[in-house]
Design a protein. Structure first.
Length: 389
């Protein structure tokens, strides 16, 4: 099939029919964006972001969001959708992607879904249970309950009304525990019962050909890339960006936006150095200090003693040492958290590539499911490029 653009022509893999949907799935810092830009330049693709962090406006550095110039040159759907105060469910994402795929095909383009939020991909390829969206009033009630009695009380209650979820969830998994209680209080049905109901996947559409391309590079190479990316973020001013967000929005530490890797560690750092931004009238300072108030034993004693010295003799070098120590701790925690994110992404990718027990003469690295979903695994982005051309 001959493909033409304004400047040049390309020949696509013959498997990529006009009704194709391509998923470029890979861990953070693996080079997805560069390949997506190259593919966009063929004139054959539209880009759809599959990244739960890029949806937030004003969160640019820590999310490695494309610059304004890049977004103008390479438009992405589902970027800068909402403010950091707002929420965006997986169900909303699936609904938006369904609409965008149809729009891309109507425009004669192949949708290229690119990003690293594996839960989104799983929802597209495997399907969602028909769990209803949370009601805002119910969500507020559960959040107030959590603040007044702690997540432990909510977890104990979950054990009474939904033992299956109680057993499955970690006792400190605030997001999933509160979600489970919201669903129960809203429907009087445990979320585990909802999750047993049949799933309907977007990728099962018989009128579309889905290509799920999973890239799993070598870990040492990826870890080096992660370190380089974090260095760029620190140098570009991630800490300043988070301070600006706190000044602009009435944020809380439990918002999904503030649980993003990088932002979480900067918030903790700002609490540990007692940054004056938390004196903003629209912020609930107590929530941040409750969330991050427990310092590691390795630095808590030193910070306490330096704060005392700072109060008694106002020695600026004490403040400097405290901030340097806390900053080093923040950077180390961010590096560890990003590596853990990549590790979870590898786990999701392996799960995604094993969605179905396949029969017939089909190799392990080129699977086809229901004649609609092709799943391929790669070690490098260069291999993906070769596959797509």
């Amino acid at each position: 099939m001959q493909i033409s653009s304004d400047s040049s022509s390309y020949r696509l893999n013959s498997k990529l029919t006009d009704n194709s949907v391509v998923c470029l799935m890979a861990p953070t810092a693996s080079g997805k964006t560069a390949l997506a830009y190259e593919l966009y330049d063929t004139g054959r693709y539209e880009l759809i972001s599959v990244d739960s962090a890029l949806i937030y406006r004003d969160m640019n550095i820590g999310t490695a969001k494309p610059t304004a110039a890049e977004l103008a040159r390479y438009p992405h759907h589902l970027v800068d959708l909402i403010d950091p105060m707002q929420s965006y469910s997986v169900a909303e994402f699936v609904h938006d992607v369904a609409r965008l795929i149809d729009s891309c095909h109507e425009n004669g383009k192949i949708p290229l879904l690119v990003g690293g939020t594996m839960m989104y991909y799983m929802a597209l390829l495997e399907g969602l249970s028909p769990v209803p969206d949370s009601d805002d009033n119910v969500r507020a009630r559960v959040e107030q309950w959590r603040r007044e009695e702690s997540i432990n009380a909510l977890y104990d209650y979950l054990g009474k009304i939904d033992p299956i979820s109680h057993e499955r969830l970690n006792a400190k998994d605030t997001q999933r525990i509160t979600r489970a209680l919201e669903v129960y209080l809203q429907t009087n049905i445990p979320i585990s019962d909802w999750q047993k109901k049949p799933k309907q996947a977007l990728a099962h559409n018989p009128n579309q050909n889905w290509h799920a391309l999973a890239v799993m590079p070598e870990r040492p190479w990826l870890h080096k890339r992660i370190e380089q990316r974090l260095d760029i973020m620190w140098n570009e001013g991630l800490v300043v960006e988070v301070i600006g967000l706190l000044e602009q929005y009435p944020l809380t530490p439990n918002l999904p936006s503030m649980r993003c890797v990088g932002y979480r560690q900067v918030l903790e750092y700002l609490v540990h150095i007692n940054h004056p931004v938390f004196e903003q009238a629209h912020l609930d300072k107590a929530q941040f200090y409750d969330a991050f108030g427990q310092l590691d034993a390795s630095i808590s004693g030193q910070i306490r003693s330096e704060r005392t010295a700072q109060l008694t003799i106002q020695a600026p070098e004490h403040t400097s040492r405290t901030e340097v120590l806390a900053c080093q701790k923040m950077q180390n925690k961010a590096l560890y958290a990003t590596r853990q994110l990549a590790k979870r992404q590898y786990t999701w990718l392996r799960k995604l590539t094993q969605l179905s027990d396949l029969s017939g003469d089909v190799s392990n690295d080129d699977k086809q499911i229901d004649n609609a979903i092709t799943i391929k695994t790669f070690d490098t982005m260069a291999q993906v490029r070769d596959y797509l051309y």
